[in-house]
Ligand binder design. Structure first.
Ligand SMILES: [Fe+2]
Length: 385
């Protein structure tokens, strides 16, 4: 997505005979979005990606909406959820969603034996806690705490976990996820005023080609269901690839904050865009330096968007009562702002260590019924003194 990359061996000319030692040709596969018109990569593998022994529908996926439609400011504490399941990909607990985006939490503690492909959405997986390797057809990508893992749809992958505790905030996107357009020039390169550059973006670095025949299970999410496909060889048998379509990582600590003399709007924190929403990063930074500046945000009515904040720390300059892992949801139609005393308290402060991921959606978000068990019901009235 972000720049041209290649790994392994590829033929000098695309769509030409590229032969293995035994004389047979490597299998060529194009993977990309928007049909043949979007970003793409060409992969070369030992065996055909089409060699499926069986296909079976496992189960339908249905996310229930909170039955109480009352409009209110909300506070969820998803890290408190128990029994969230072992898998990073099929045991996610739904939190909020609409037709453009679905946000869930996963706390995986075993490595899946199967492989996974999201066939209906790009994924941005924010690694709140944990480390390991994201394996895919494109090679191995190391990940660590604070990484956004961007996994474009269709890519077969699997998590190898090496951390003691893993917490992933998972964002699934109907549109394809990209860097903000206003930070790219006409050639796609990130501009000098962008808060990060290509050097901060990590692509798969190691191609570990598996030459193994057998039965390999791939769970595919598509059409609101999980399907099981059995491939007759290991899916990571790529010998080489090149292009712009691959999983990549960007660490929130590599986001260079844009600051000013007075309070900067949330747009300066934007990190990704998609269709119907944006993702922003709040990172440790110096506060505004006008002598009378109020670093805390002013009250605002975010008309036309719902605003979700996921706190990766236990203090946030404008909020009381939040904890590590809290999610606040401030829907369109209601103003919000700093808690009482927080604006005054922020005056004269030089810096903040806060870290948070913000998602602004342009259509209303629904809270999932599965998230109600971790809701702080007193949040709506927490501005009263
Ligand atoms: Fe806000």
């Amino acid at each position: 997505m972000v720049y041209y990359h290649k790994l392994g061996k590829i033929p000098p000319k695309r769509h030409t005979a590229f032969r293995q030692k035994n004389g047979s040709i490597y299998q060529e596969q194009l993977m990309g979005n928007l049909g043949f018109n979007g970003i793409k990569s060409l992969l070369y593998s030992l065996r055909p990606p089409t060699a499926l022994k069986s296909v079976e529908r496992i189960k339908s996926l249905h996310w229930d909406i909170d039955p109480d439609p009352t409009l209110r400011l909300r506070h969820l504490r998803p890290h408190r959820l128990q029994n969230t399941g072992a898998s990073a990909v099929i045991d996610r607990v739904p939190l909020v969603f609409n037709n453009d985006i679905a946000v869930s939490i996963a706390k995986p503690f075993v490595e899946d034996q199967f492989f996974y492909r999201n066939g209906e959405g790009d994924e941005v997986v924010f690694v709140t806690e944990g480390e390991g390797i994201l394996e895919s057809q494109f090679g191995e990508l190391d990940f660590r705490r604070g990484d956004y893992l961007v996994i474009p749809r269709g890519i077969i992958h699997r998590y190898r976990l090496t951390g003691n505790q893993n917490i992933f905030l998972v964002i699934e996107s109907r549109g394809y996820v990209r860097t903000p357009k206003r930070y790219r020039n006409e050639h796609g390169q990130l501009l000098e005023n962008a808060p990060f550059c290509e050097r901060d973006i990590r692509a798969p670095a190691l191609l570990n080609t598996r030459d193994i025949e057998g039965e390999f299970e791939i769970v595919v999410k598509s059409r609101n269901a999980l399907q099981r496909m059995i491939l007759t060889h290991h899916p990571f048998d790529t010998v080489g690839w090149d292009g712009f379509y691959y999983p990549w990582a960007f660490n929130i600590s590599d986001f260079e904050p844009i600051t000013g003399r007075i309070h900067q709007p949330p747009t300066v924190h934007q990190t990704f865009e998609s269709d119907g929403f944006v993702i922003c990063s709040f990172v440790p930074r110096l506060f505004d330096y006008h002598p009378d500046a109020i670093p805390a945000p002013y009250n605002h009515s975010n008309v036309g968007s719902d605003e979700l904040l996921y706190y990766c720390c236990d203090e946030f300059m404008s909020r009381k009562g939040i904890e590590f892992g809290s999610i606040t949801l401030h829907p369109d139609g209601m103003p919000h702002g700093p808690h009482p005393g927080k604006a005054e308290e922020s005056i004269g402060k030089k810096s903040t260590k806060e870290e948070a991921v913000m998602i602004d959606t342009f259509k209303p978000l629904y809270v999932a019924k599965a998230a109600l068990g971790c809701e702080d019901d007193d949040y709506q009235t927490s501005w009263l003194e």
